[in-house]
Design a protein around this ligand. Structure first.
Ligand code: HEC
Ligand SMILES: [Cu+2]
Length: 355
């Protein structure tokens, strides 16, 4: 076998395998915690069904159009038609392909699509669902539970919801337009400043899902991820109860060892961040605050910087020192006035804020 032949065979092999390899790469997009094709709730299952129906049907249309195109090139073998017959055939194609087919296709799509959309509307129900308020900020998520027993619970970059029941999300934007999207549960919906949009979503069973801002909102748009966890009703209520202000307040001030870090925090950080239980002099608030995430339960969050860094020991200190490299341009200024050990000390204290 000559060298040429080996090369030819190799080229052929690459060509033969490149198509399935390419498809395989595409298909890896179908699994994972942000895939609409891996639905975990009623609304998302509807959306996935419509998607598969459309993908299948339009593939057929594509194949038919390509086949007709190829056929039209084979002029010689075509049967001879009279001018009248040609005209009639052309009219049939125009009416069939241009009017009947689209009307039928759109009709079928509506039959599936309208109920799918309807299910995500917050129409009144016998037992009103829990309301969770989500506000998009550049580039993080504020999450509020106004109906929590004992008072509103506020957190950020994490969302916990009860599984097996509908939940109403009331969303808005604090600065620019963002979009709230939990692909495996359905959606998405725009978060518009000065306006509240509502969407109803349901997770069939407990699980962890990814969510992502789905409307370009500036340089760090891609790093605006939200960790969503659906849990049994009782676990959800316990989770909320742990985050009652009264509990968090004692958590923040319980250890004397962290008192110096707390003082630095009040001076440098508290004008943008709330930690339940810390008293902040009014003068701090006069420095027109850019709002930052509430940090009262930061130690119990799965990630930092809206998905940029996994939470682990020392991670907060690392984030405080390097956040402008990890998430360039984010709205928190670099902490140039503080030395790394001071930042690490604040990080160590913040890590203890874990209910
Ligand atoms: C000018 C306002 C501002 C100041 C001052 C500020 N921050 Fe921030 N901080 C932010 C913003 C905005 C974010 C969100 C950044 C992002 O993820 O895009 C943030 C994020 C964080 C986070 C990550 C929160 C999360 O859930 O991922 C921590 C921790 C944090 N800041 C701690 C501090 C500490 C400690 C200080 C003081 C040394 C401080 N911040 C000073 C605005 C501020
Ligand atoms: Cu965005």
């Amino acid at each position: 076998m000559g060298l040429m032949r080996v090369q030819w065979m190799r080229a052929r092999l690459i060509r033969v395998w490149s198509i399935p390899a390419f498809l395989a790469v595409l298909l890896t997009g179908c699994a994972g915690n942000k895939s609409i094709l891996d639905p975990a709730g009623r609304a998302a299952a509807d959306v996935a069904l419509v998607w598969w129906g459309m993908a299948g049907f339009f593939s057929l249309v594509l194949i038919m159009v390509v086949a007709l195109g190829l056929y039209s090139f084979r002029r010689r073998s075509r049967p001879k038609l009279s001018a009248l017959e040609e005209k009639r055939l052309a009219r049939r194609f125009i009416l069939g392909g241009g009017v009947l087919l689209p009307v039928a296709t759109i009709g079928v799509l509506l039959i599936f699509g309208v109920p799918a959309g309807q299910r995500m509307l917050p129409v009144p129900l016998g037992t009103p669902p829990d309301v969770i308020q989500v506000t998009g900020h550049q580039w993080w998520w504020e999450v509020r539970y106004p109906g929590a027993e004992g008072g509103e619970v506020v957190t950020a970059n994490q969302l916990v919801m009860p599984a097996g029941e509908p939940v109403d999300f009331h969303v808005t934007g604090a600065d620019v337009i963002h979009s709230f999207w939990i692909p495996r549960l359905g959606g998405k919906i725009d978060m518009i400043p000065g306006h509240i949009n509502r969407i109803r979503l349901e997770a069939d069973s407990p699980g962890v899902f990814g969510a992502q801002c789905a409307e370009f909102c500036g340089t760090q748009h891609a790093h605006m991820q939200l960790y969503v966890e659906a849990m049994e009703r009782s676990d959800y209520e316990a989770w909320l109860a742990e985050r009652q202000a009264a509990k968090l307040e004692t958590l923040a001030v319980q250890s004397d060892a962290h008192a110096p870090a707390r003082e630095v925090f009040v001076e440098y950080c508290a004008r943008c961040h709330r930690v339940a239980g810390l008293t902040v002099p009014d003068s701090q608030w006069e420095l027109a605050p850019i709002q930052g995430p509430d940090l009262s339960d930061i130690g119990a969050r799965p990630t930092l910087g809206a998905g940029v860094l996994a939470m682990e020991e020392g991670a907060i200190g690392y984030w405080l020192e390097h956040h402008q490299q990890l998430k360039p341009g984010n709205r928190m200024p670099a902490h140039l006035a503080l030395e790394p050990p001071a930042l690490q000390a604040i990080g160590d204290w913040l890590e203890t804020l874990s209910p």
